[in-house]
Design a protein around this ligand. Sequence first.
Ligand code: HEM
Length: 347
Amino acid sequence: MRTLSCLVFLLTVELLAQVGLALAADVQLSEPAAPVSAQSVVMQQKQDVPEGFGIANNDHRAPYHLDSWVGLAMLFSALGIAVALNHPSGATRRIGYFSCALVLLGIGGGLLLMRFNGVFANFEEAALPPDVAKPFLLTFQALLAIVGGLYMLWLGATANGEPDKTFANANEEARYGQYSRYLHWVTAFIFLLLMPMGVLMSALSHDIGLLQYMYVIHKALGFTLLILVFVRLIWNHVSPRPALSRSLNPWESKLAHIVHISLYVVLFAFPITGYMMSTGAGKWSHFFFVDTPLLFEPSMEIVRPFGLLHKVLLPYLFYLIIFGHVVGALKHHYIDGDVDSVRRMVS
Ligand code: HEM
């Protein structure tokens, strides 16, 4: 039974990766779909929103809500992989490594395919000065996904006969528990998916039908992430996180604390600023099958600051934090020789 469910799961992930690649190859051919929402009529009035602030009309949904279904499939795949990667059974963890590899290689390959299909050429009409860096950013993210995918493939290939492990559900004094791990990995997957997806959305030509569906998926997963961050905060309260490693210097502990808080700020700020920017531009947002309300009258006074936050400041702040996080973790692991910090989350 377990083998069968693993097989079905793997096939689903494989299918998703293939659909992603097919869409990537086909991206320039898609036609805009017909509007389906009655509310969208309001949106057909032309808004006075300048280029570069998420201005593509997002009043279309895919037929039969296919966009929302794909968004849900992505969410459940992320959840499935997060559970598999942290599963007590060595065999299931191995399946998790392979599934993760497949998805990462699918994303990286898809982005590279688009790169060489000339899909990013639209960036030449950069609306904001940092836009010129986007082709590079996307290519870099594609390469990172491919390297990550190959690493996962290697982990899967060498994990034959990995022993089973036992985890408590709640956090322990020195290790994160099962629930925190699931929440951590599913949040990380969705976030890391939304980043290139957002940059890609801003790169695609506005008359591409696929763009409308990507908006729906991006916004639905963005709101989901906001909910997950709330759940995570509540869970941290119910089951306090393990203390920071004792081997950290006082300044390192302080820095680690600042990085943690900044990550939470970014996780909250991204969806909120995205929603404000979209509403300010008079665009609907979506939580899967439901259109979320426009909270106020469209106004450029709102689009500009929130657009700058969502599209420039927060992404670059995030890149900086992640860079610091990775450098800090590597230094701690390899230079200070403390393997426990990493183990608290991954073993
Ligand atoms: C954690 C959640 C989210 C992350 C990490 C995220 C990330 C991003 C990124 C990196 C971009 C690309 C910006 C650029 O390079 O121009 C983007 C664009 C965008 N995001 Fe989000 N986003 C999130 C949630 C949301 C939500 C909840 C909404 C709306 C309800 C939203 C709406 C948009 C829109 C409209 C764009 C502009 C696309 C364009 O320029 O055409 N985002 N997002």
